[in-house]
Design a protein around this ligand. Structure first.
Ligand code: SAH
Length: 218
C-alpha cells in the first residue's frame, strides 16, 4: 500500500496543486478550505482506472450509481459553511466514498458522516483508514433522521438533494449553526440555512446537480 500511495504521489502532488490553482481561479477564496483540499489525496477515493482523472473538476462514479462530488462543489459548500467561523462539530449526510468527510476532517473538530448504502460505507472506511483521521466517525444510517445521538451540530452538510429539508435536521442544528444543502428535484440550488436565536434564515445560491436523498438504508 505504501508503494501504491507514493507511486502516484509525485504526479498527484503536482496535479493536486493544479487543482488548487483552478479552485482559486474559479473563486474559492478561503485559504483554510484550499489548504484542506490540498491535503487530501482525491485519487485514493476513486476506482484505480479513474485515478488519473481524480483531480479534474468533475464528478466521478464510485459505484452503486453514486458519484464523488466535483472538487469545486466540495470546496464551495465547505467555504459557505465555514465563512468567518470554525466548522466545530459537523454532520455530513451522504458520506459516499468518504472524500468530503476527509476534507471536512481537516477543518472540523469532529465529523460524523452518515451513509445509507452499507457497501459504500465499507469503501469509505477502507479509504479513510489510509489517512488516519481520528476525528471522523462513519455511521450506516438514514440521514433523513439526522444523528440524534451526536446532536447538536455546529454545521450540517448534505451531499444529496432533497425537495424539502428533513425536519429532524432543524432541531439538530445548534443555535448559531449553519446547514448547507442542494435543495430541489430536477432543478436544484444550493441553500444555506442559519439558525439564529430567533429562528432560521434561508439563502438560495447557485444552481447545482446532485444525486437524490433517498429514504431508508440498504
Ligand atoms: N460526499 C460524497 C458524495 C457522495 S454522493 C463524497 O465525497 O464522495 C451522495 C451520497 O449520499 C451517496 O453515497 C448516497 O448513497 C448518499 N445518500 C442518499 N440518501 C441518503 C440518506 N438518506 N442518508 C444517508 N446517505 C444518503
Amino acid at each position: 500500500m505504501k508503494r501504491e500511495l507514493s507511486g502516484i504521489g509525485m504526479t498527484s502532488q503536482r496535479t493536486r496543486a493544479r487543482m488548487i490553482e483552478r479552485l482559486r481561479a474559479d473563486g474559492i477564496r478561503d485559504e483554510r478550505v484550499l489548504a484542506a483540499m490540498a491535503a487530501v489525496p482525491r485519487h485514493i477515493f476513486v476506482e484505480e482506472a479513474l485515478a488519473s482523472r481524480a483531480y479534474e473538476d468533475m464528478a466521478l462514479p464510485i459505484g452503486l450509481k453514486q458519484t464523488i462530488s466535483q472538487p469545486y462543489i466540495v470546496a464551495r459548500m465547505i467555504e459557505l459553511l465555514a465563512a468567518g467561523r470554525e466548522l466545530g462539530k459537523t454532520l455530513e449526510i451522504g458520506a459516499g466514498c468518504g472524500y468530503q468527510a476527509a476534507v471536512l476532517a481537516q477543518l472540523a473538530k469532529e465529523v460524523y458522516a452518515v451513509e445509507r448504502i452499507a457497501q459504500l460505507l465499507d469503501k469509505a472506511r477502507a479509504n479513510l483508514r489510509h489517512l488516519r483521521l481520528p476525528n471522523v466517525r462513519l455511521k450506516h444510517a438514514d440521514g433523513n433522521l439526522g444523528l440524534a445521538d451526536a446532536a447538536p451540530f455546529d454545521t450540517i452538510i448534505l451531499a444529496a438533494a432533497t425537495g424539502c429539508v428533513p425536519q429532524p435536521l432543524f432541531g439538530q442544528l445548534a443555535v448559531g449553526g449553519r446547514m448547507i444543502l442542494p435543495l430541489g428535484g430536477v432543478e436544484q440550488a444550493l441553500c444555506l440555512i442559519e439558525r439564529g436565536t430567533r429562528g432560521y434564515t434561508e439563502t438560495r445560491l447557485e444552481p447545482v446537480r446532485f444525486v437524490p436523498l433517498v429514504a431508508g438504508v440498504e
